[in-house]
Design a protein around this ligand. Structure first.
Ligand code: AP5
Ligand code: MG
Length: 214
């Protein structure tokens, strides 16, 4: 089962992608997490990506396409995968389709998690992410047992650099401009599915399971 998660920044793509990956035992591939891991490790890719991410801009297509196309051909992706944060532009979607077509393969579902812009800014200011394992929490909706400490691994939680309100507004503009056109792209290819992302995350997940099957 090969799945793409679509949605605005903060729509809950990462939250749902992790739940899908656990339920169906497939890898969760988040380009944002890959870039953040590279930034933490101080790699050249990380340094390049950071200059864009901190401004709320997209990293150039050429830095992300090969990375994902290589990743989905690894052995652990044979049964499927859930892509979170990729593709994010029409050229990225076309490059993925072309690479998969060469392998006689295709994406099965593009799930759009719909949340209006008004809800997004509130969510992002409350998000906290674990510096070590990448788990995400929300100070109101998913609090940790001990404030500021990851329940899963005990490491420190941080507010992402790009979750400051001014940067979130920029990310939303970039989303509407460059990523939203993918909704038409996947509608046209017949694999788009929509879920309401404003309801409780368990209900969002139930709607996704209805689409993907038990
Ligand atoms: P990325 O990490 O992908 O960020 P994003 O798309 O902006 O999405 P987020 O991770 O912010 O949100 P999400 O939808 O995963 O929401 P989450 O589940 O955490 O990318 C970061 C940057 O990297 C980009 O800006 C770009 O620069 C670069 N980049 C990455 N991929 C790229 C690509 N392909 N091309 C070019 N550049 C790329 O949820 C948000 C919060 O809400 C959490 O606190 C969560 O707990 C809470 N929440 C979730 N669901 C619910 C719910 N139903 N109700 C209440 N709260 C909820
Ligand atoms: Mg995410």
């Amino acid at each position: 089962m090969k799945i793409i998660m679509l949605g605005a920044p903060g729509a809950g793509k990462g939250t749902q992608a992790k739940m899908i990956a656990d339920k169906y035992s497939i890898p969760h591939i988040s380009t944002g997490d890959i870039f953040r891991a590279n930034i933490k490790e101080g790699t050249e890719l990380g340094q390049k990506a950071k200059t864009y991410m901190d401004k709320g801009l997209l990293v150039p297509d050429e830095l992300v396409v090969d990375l994902v196309v290589d990743r989905v051909q690894k052995d652990d992706c044979a049964k499927g995968y859930v892509l979170d944060g990729f593709p994010r532009t029409i050229p990225q979607a076309e490059a993925l389709d072309a690479a998969l077509a060469k392998l006689n393969d295709k994406v099965d579902y593009a799930i759009n998690v719909e949340v209006p812009d008004e809800n997004i800014i509130k969510r992002m200011s409350g998000r906290r992410a674990c510096v070590a394992c990448g788990a995400t929490y929300h100070i109101v909706h998913i609090p940790t047992k001990v404030e500021g400490i990851c329940d899963r691994c005990g490491a420190e939680l941080i507010l992402r650099d790009d979750d400051k309100p001014e940067t979130v507004k920029k990310r939303l503009d970039v989303y509407h401009d460059q990523t939203q056109p993918l909704i038409d792209y996947y509608t046209n290819s017949g694999i788009l599915k929509e879920v309401d992302g404003t309801v409780d995350m368990k209900d969002v997940f139930a709607a996704i399971i209805d689409i993907l099957g038990e």
